[in-house]
Design a binder for this molecule. Structure first.
Ligand SMILES: Nc1nc2c(ncn2[C@@H]2O[C@H](COP(=O)(O)OP(=O)(O)O)[C@@H](O)[C@H]2O)c(=O)[nH]1
Ligand SMILES: [Mg+2]
Length: 461
């Protein structure tokens, strides 16, 4: 039998109301509640709460001294969030009083819940699937209105439904394929049946569509990492400060001011962006600066986009070749790059401009006056493939994209096997595809995966 868990569900600190949640098997939950709450009924050993009704009760300690008073709500299994019996106590939201109620529940036999354990139980009891469980955490963590709206839609099952529809198509194809392998005497020669090829193509088209939507969803949910790099004194830290609207980075005219990586989270029209400012790249004998440059290079490799900032006012035109050379040294395959030619206010030609080249786009702007900054933010959105969030959008995670990519690989291999007439090998690829698809909703999932997902949740959820 499972144990009974308890946690404070409201955030730490002072608040008007604090909520304690207890979930577990009927017998233990009831016995804990009987001791925890002051008894008011005529028959003191009777658990008398009707499900989903509110009751005003006092929480008492072992000597019957009142710890707190508030509302009690009981949810009977399976009609509760976890699918188990749940008792919620809404008391006063002070850290000391909440902790006292929590400790009393533990004293009576409940165990402190691990982070995400309520959601994990909801998942294990089939109340929600894994995508929905993740959406709960994403909703709580969402950094913009758009992200929150998308997370709610995932929570309501919009994403899961699409995965299920894909799974249905896959099952149909597998049933047919496996049947013709298992019953060769029926002589259903499925390999030469063009219907199979058509179904497979349809499946791959659907998958590509969902992959695209999920990609948007993951960008909205997890944001992108934009790393600012370039030579010293170009205005990198000034750019971080400007974009974040904060004075986080130290700005001086002394080259080599920034050493540590500085991170700020901003939201550009609903797109969450982690901006990382780095030490200017140059040869240096100084140990601290060398370490800063080393860290800058590591950050660059993990970037989703790189902003290369240069001082465009330095030797105006002749300097451009040198700057371009530095940019090319910095470029990393498959990471989009924006060249910000800064200090437009000091240049002869003072109009902001955007010029899209094959390997990068070049924007002339001034961080000091703010001229041309919107060209940069627009370009960041564009490179992230970020469109306005539509009514059907939902959040996804990188984990889901990885799984969808594996499904796609399996289907491509299946197509190849089909073309070369290897029925059994095709069937095996389809099986693997279904398994990868099942990892998304949690139908097939290892304990390690579940552990890593739920442990990142907050306590009490
Ligand atoms: N005139 C002008 N000066 C700027 C501009 N952006 C930054 N600066 C100045 O350039 C110097 C170096 O800036 P900083 O942000 O520390 O550069 P970093 O070394 O690349 O981080 C500072 O004195 C800034 O005030 C700009 O657009 N125009
Ligand atoms: Mg700096």
């Amino acid at each position: 039998m499972k144990d009974t868990i308890v946690a404070i569900a409201t955030p730490p600190g002072r608040g008007g109301v604090g909520i304690i949640r207890i979930s577990g098997p009927e017998a233990t939950l009831k016995s804990i509640s009987l001791e925890l709450l002051e008894n008011t009924s005529k028959n003191p050993r009777q658990f008398s709460f009707e499900p989903r009704q509110t009751y005003f009760r006092r929480v008492v300690d072992s000597l019957n001294r009142v710890i707190d008073e508030g509302l009690v709500i009981y949810f009977a299994a399976p009609s509760s969030f976890t699918g188990e019996h749940i008792l919620e106590f809404q008391g006063h939201g002070g850290p000391v009083v909440m902790d006292a109620v929590l400790q009393r529940a533990v004293q009576l036999g409940a165990r402190l819940a691990r982070p995400g354990e309520f959601s994990e139980r909801a998942f294990l009891n089939d109340k929600i699937d894994l995508v929905q469980a993740e959406a709960i955490a994403d909703l709580i963590d969402s950094s913009s209105q758009q992200a929150a709206r998308c997370a709610v839609r995932s929570l309501q099952g919009v994403f899961s439904k699409k995965i299920h529809a894909l799974n249905e198509l896959l099952i149909l194809l597998r049933t047919y394929t496996e049947a013709s392998i298992d019953f060769p005497e029926e002589e259903v020669d499925f390999l030469s049946n063009s219907q199979v090829a058509i179904q497979l193509t349809e499946l791959m088209d659907q998958l590509a569509l969902i992959r695209n939507e999920a990609c948007q969803g993951s960008v909205i949910n997890e944001g992108i990492n934009v790393v600012i790099s370039g030579p010293p004194n170009a205005g990198k830290s000034s750019l971080l400060n400007y974009l974040s609207g904060l004075d986080s980075a130290i700005v001086t005219d002394i080259p080599g001011t920034t050493r540590d990586l500085l991170r700020e989270k901003i939201v550009i029209d609903g797109l969450p962006v982690n901006i990382i400012d780095t030490a200017g790249l140059r040869e240096s004998d100084e140990v601290v600066e060398q370490e800063g440059i080393k860290r800058a290079k590591v950050a660059l490799e993990q970037a989703d986009q790189i902003i290369f900032v240069s001082d465009g006012s330095e030797d105006n035109d002749t300097g451009d070749d040198q700057r371009l050379k530095l940019l090319q040294e910095l470029a990393i395959d498959n990471i989009p790059m924006i060249w910000v030619n800064n200090k437009l206010d000091l240049m002869a030609q003072q109009k902001p401009s955007l010029c899209v080249e094959k390997k990068f786009s070049k924007i002339c702007l001034s961080v000091k006056t703010g001229q041309g900054i919107e060209l940069l933010t627009e370009q960041i959105k564009k490179l992230a493939g970020f469109n306005e969030v539509g009514e059907g959008s939902y959040t996804a995670r990188r984990r889901h994209l990885d799984a969808l990519d594996r499904v796609s690989e399996n289907l491509q291999d299946a197509q190849m096997q089909l073309q070369s007439g290897a029925g059994e090998l095709m069937a095996e690829e389809l099986r693997l595809a279904q398994q990868a698809l099942g990892e998304i909703t949690g139908e097939f999932s290892s304990d390690d995966l579940l552990g890593s997902i739920f442990s990142s949740f907050c306590i009490g959820k």
